[in-house]
Design a protein around this ligand. Structure first.
Ligand code: 13P
Length: 250
């Protein structure tokens, strides 16, 4: 049995006082037995968030890391630094980083290795652009991105990883993929993992859907056979909405 995982991706939103106030409001409510609840926040919020969630079941994630452990990389943050703070998860290869910050399949793979080196669980994002979807290339794009991301990882590491299938045209647009379409692509991604690591790992790896998930549609996604949770942007920013997302994932 895979434990469903709801992860909020706050992107570049919230100051430290706002982040602390959010946790005060969701404590005890965005905590449901059998559902993992993770907040992926800007670096500046992480120490305060790790402190604020102590004694709760909520986990904290970062939204990026550098693939080296230290060095002359001005402005970067390493996995070692994140783990030292008490962070458990890290988003890798989000489409916004691929589009605006030159993230490539190669750097995504290096970051996957860096995350595991430091005991962080990666949430690795894959997904197609609108024109790729329209050209019937959805599965091809997911195959290239998924296989590249997992290059050189052991079966144990692969089984621990979380994959987020986020069709780019559905991010922040209000246009979500239908639950059936998302499930079809996600079961294809699970088959890719099976091809790389075998059935046992494929049955363990958790695969989320992301793209305009809201309290009103989360249950529909969760009702699908292969969807193990959601990576949520906009709807994770308000405490009330985040609580409903976690409660709706049961
Ligand atoms: O990019 C996303 C999560 O990583 C999805 O964003 P929205 O939920 O705002 O569409």
């Amino acid at each position: 049995m895979r434990t469903p995982i709801i992860a909020g991706n706050w992107k570049m939103f919230k100051t430290v006082p706002e982040a602390k106030a959010f946790i005060e409001e969701v404590k005890g409510k965005a905590e449901v037995e059998g559902v993992e609840s993770v907040i992926c926040a800007p670096f500046t919020n992480l120490p305060a968030l790790v402190e604020a969630v102590k004694g709760t079941s909520i986990k904290i994630g970062a939204q990026n890391l550098h693939f080296e452990d230290n060095g002359a990389f001005t402005g970067e943050i390493s996995g070692e630094m994140l783990k030292g703070l008490g962070v458990d998860y890290v988003i890798i290869g989000h489409s916004e980083r691929r589009a605006y910050f030159a993230e490539t399949d190669e750097t995504v793979n290096k970051k996957m290795h860096a995350a595991f080196r430091h005991g962080l669980t990666p949430i690795v994002c894959v997904g197609e652009k609108l024109e790729e979807r329209e050209a019937g290339q959805t599965k091809d794009v997911c195959k290239v991105q998924t296989e590249a991301a997992f290059q050189g990882l052991s079966a144990d590491q692969a089984a621990e990883a979380v994959i987020a299938y986020e069709p780019i045209w559905a991010i922040g647009t209000g246009k979500s993929s239908t639950a059936q379409d998302a499930n079809e692509v996600i079961s294809y991604i699970r088959d890719l993992v099976k091809g790389m690591y075998g059935e046992d790992v494929a049955n363990k790896v958790r695969i989320q859907y992301g793209g305009s998930v809201k309290p009103e549609n989360v249950a529909e996604y969760m009702g699908q056979s292969d969807i193990d949770g959601a990576l949520v942007g906009g709807a994770s920013l308000q405490p009330a909405s985040y609580i409903q997302l976690v409660q709706g994932a049961k």
